[in-house]
Design a protein around this ligand. Structure first.
Ligand code: ZN
Ligand code: ZN
Length: 212
C-alpha cells in the first residue's frame, strides 16, 4: 500500500510530501524545498529508506533543497518536465530574491512527460503534465489511494498564480479541467500550500474553476 505524510517546509509553508510503499519502506520525497533536517528526521522516525526525489516544478519553495539533498544522499532527481529548465537555472536568483538559503544547482536524472509513470517500491504513480503555473509543472496521481500531489496547480478554494514569466492562465485552467478532473471527484489532492481538498469539492465551489 502507498502511504504519505505531508510536512510543510520553508517560510512559504510548502507541502513537501514523503510517499512510501509500506511493503518495502522505500520512500520518495516530493518537492524538498528546504528544511532538510526536518524531512530527514521524519524519514528516520518512520523507518523509511529515502531513495528518490520527485519534483512537481522548480520554484524555490518546492525545489530549493533538491541539489543539496541529492548530493548528500546520492539520490536521483525525477522531474519536473523540461519546460521548467529556466526555473532550475534561476534557482540561485530565486533564493536570493526570497531570502532562502543558497540553492545548489542540479540536473534532473530523469525529466518527466505527460503519461509517464514513477515507481517507489511496489507502488506506481501516474504523471500528468499540467502547465500554466510554470510550463514544466507535473502532478503525481496515485489512483490506488485516490490521491494526487498537485503542487501549485490547484488549491482548496483557489488556483495557482500565472503572473510569473511563462505562466499562462488558459493553460492552467485546461490543466485543471482536462487533466485533474478526469481523475475523479473522489480524488483527494495534496496542494503545494494549505489544506487538502477533493476534486469534487473544488468542481462545486472553487471560485476560479467551479462549474467546469
Ligand atoms: Zn510554484
Ligand atoms: Zn509553491
Amino acid at each position: 500500500m502507498l502511504r504519505y505524510l505531508t510536512v510543510p517546509v520553508t517560510a512559504f509553508q510548502q507541502n513537501c510530501s514523503l510517499v512510501w510503499c509500506d511493503a518495502t519502506q522505500q520512500a520518495a520525497v516530493i518537492d524538498p524545498g528546504g528544511d532538510l533536517d526536518v524531512l530527514l528526521a521524519e524519514v528516520q522516525r518512520l523507518g523509511l529508506t529515502l531513495s528518490q526525489i520527485w519534483l512537481t516544478h522548480a520554484h524555490i519553495d518546492h525545489a530549493g533543497g533538491t541539489g543539496e539533498l541529492a548530493t548528500r544522499l546520492g539520490l536521483p532527481i525525477v522531474g519536473p518536465h523540461p519546460g521548467d529548465q529556466f526555473w532550475i537555472d534561476g534557482l540561485p536568483q530565486q533564493s536570493a530574491m526570497f531570502g532562502f538559503p543558497p540553492a545548489q544547482h542540479f540536473t534532473p536524472t530523469r525529466w518527466l512527460a505527460d503519461g509517464d509513470q514513477v515507481q517507489i517500491g511496489n507502488e506506481t504513480l501516474a504523471v500528468r503534465h499540467c502547465p500554466g503555473h510554470t510550463p514544466g509543472h507535473v502532478v503525481f496521481h496515485a489512483p490506488q489511494i485516490d490521491r494526487a500531489f498537485v503542487g501549485d496547480v490547484l488549491f482548496a478554494g483557489s488556483i495557482g498564480r500565472t503572473d510569473f514569466p511563462m505562466g499562462n492562465h488558459q493553460d492552467l485552467i485546461d490543466s485543471i479541467t482536462q487533466r485533474l478532473w478526469p481523475m475523479g471527484d473522489q480524488t483527494v489532492f495534496i496542494p503545494g500550500h494549505g489544506p487538502e481538498s477533493s476534486f469534487g469539492r473544488e468542481r462545486k465551489s472553487n471560485p476560479y474553476v467551479g462549474g467546469t
